[in-house]
Design a protein around this ligand. Structure first.
Ligand code: B12
Ligand code: SF4
Ligand code: SF4
Length: 308
């Protein structure tokens, strides 16, 4: 087995569902697309998207000697989403779970393969074009809903990567399999896609419920959010490539008690200490009690108006 094969075999045995490797060279076209997207205002007021641009442009600004990016994906699908809390947020925080596995993979390379290498692991929060490198590494194609989709595993995949100064064998990108389908574009309740493959965060429910920091939603978006509390999965739920997706092997992603059908009427009276207790290790922690309450109250208001 080559070193590349040993690394990939280990990644799969650690619980990743897909793994591919690509050169760490800058992806100029993707970075230009990213800049265009920012200039159009499609990142809304997500502050971290405007920072550390040199790192997004060239991963050498993260790890000077970087040669390769090992891209890993992990299926997080647990059940059809209830449209209130998005699938990704039902269990433990994916950042911690994937990061731990990436660190184990780096240790394997250093200790068991005795490689004298540098590594830097990221899951979501690094200023790196994650979907672009994952697509270069052959993990899947970028769908019209902007998600990375794998032909066998669908798009409910979290992405994480290891930057390393080791040179490895590289994978090739795969073909686009969206074809003439437009299911995601048609199903988006807020028309958040100005065109296929472009998402305007200022219209996306995921942005409003997760990233927007204001105390109340602007009047014109309140209703559009409907009964969503955390994120939104609609443009993935309708994708035919997710119709046969298997449930994740990672049990820590499975829904916690109450998450399948959250008792909003009781949740709205949650105290700080209830919040800390209920959402320990959960991605909902990031919303803080204030953000969760804003979302719950809006969802309840919309539910009541809908019933009238
Ligand atoms: C900001 C952000 C958001 C924003 C904006 C989303 C967006 N589509 O850009 C908001 C808050 C809306 C969001 C929502 C969600 N997010 Co998010 N998000 C990010 C984050 C931090 C940055 C994404 C980004 O750079 N956007 C800018 C646009 C321009 O980039 P992009 O869509 O990724 O496209 C890149 C490539 O596809 C390529 N490309 C695309 N089109 C074109 C066209 C041309 C011509 C070229 C050359 C290149 C090119 O270049 C782009 C730049 O790299 C990434 C983590 C990361 N560090 O990358 C996670 C990430 C994209 N999010 C993720 C997830 C899971 C979600 C949600 C499902 C969460 C939820 N349930 O609510 C939704 C999905 C909504 C959707 N349809 O995308 C996953 C996606 C995994 C996957 N399989 O694709 C990521 C990768 C986090 C992770 N590590 O797992 N997210
Ligand atoms: S996550 Fe929801 S609101 Fe955002 S683009 Fe997809 S379907 Fe539209
Ligand atoms: S729903 Fe159709 S168009 Fe949208 S990402 Fe899936 S295959 Fe592509």
């Amino acid at each position: 087995m080559t070193i590349t094969q040993k690394i990939k075999t280990k990644a799969l045995s650690l619980g990743f569902d897909v793994v591919g490797i690509t050169s760490a060279r800058p992806l100029e076209k993707d970075f230009h697309f990213f800049k265009w997207w920012l200039d159009k205002g499609y990142a809304a007021d997500i502050q971290y998207m405007y920072k550390k641009q040199e790192r997004r442009e060239n991963p050498h600004h993260i790890l000077e000697e970087v040669q390769s990016i090992i891209c890993c994906g992990m299926n997080y699908y647990t059940k059809p989403s209830q449209q209130k809390i998005s699938n990704y947020a039902w269990g433990d925080d994916y950042h911690d779970i994937l990061l731990e596995k990436l660190k184990q993979l780096s240790n394997f390379m250093k200790e068991e393969l005795s490689l004298n290498i540098q590594t830097k692991e990221y899951v979501d929060t690094g200023a790196i074009l994650e979907r672009s490198y994952a697509a270069q590494a052959g993990l899947g194609w970028i769908g019209k809903n902007t998600c990375l989709i794998n032909k066998e595993k669908g798009s409910y995949l979290f992405l994480g990567e290891i930057l390393t100064d080791l040179t490895l064998d590289y994978d090739k990108p795969v073909l686009d399999h969206c074809g003439t389908c437009t299911a995601c574009l048609d199903a988006c309740p807020t028309q958040a896609f100005p065109r296929p493959g472009v998402l305007d965060s200022t219209k996306c429910i995921s942005y409003w419920t997760l990233e927007y920091k204001g105390e109340n939603f602007p009047k014109e978006v309140e209703k559009k959010i409907g009964n969503h509390i955390v994120g939104c999965d609609i443009c993935q739920d309708v994708c035919p490539w997710n119709s046969k997706v298997k449930v994740s092997k990672e049990t820590s992603f499975y829904p916690r008690k109450d998450f399948n059908n959250p008792p909003l009427e009781t949740w709205q009276y949650m105290t700080e200490s209830d919040f800390r207790e209920n959402f320990r290790k959960s991605p909902l922690k990031r919303l803080k009690l204030k953000g969760l309450m804003r979302n719950i109250k809006n969802a309840l208001r919309n539910q009541h108006e809908h019933r009238k």
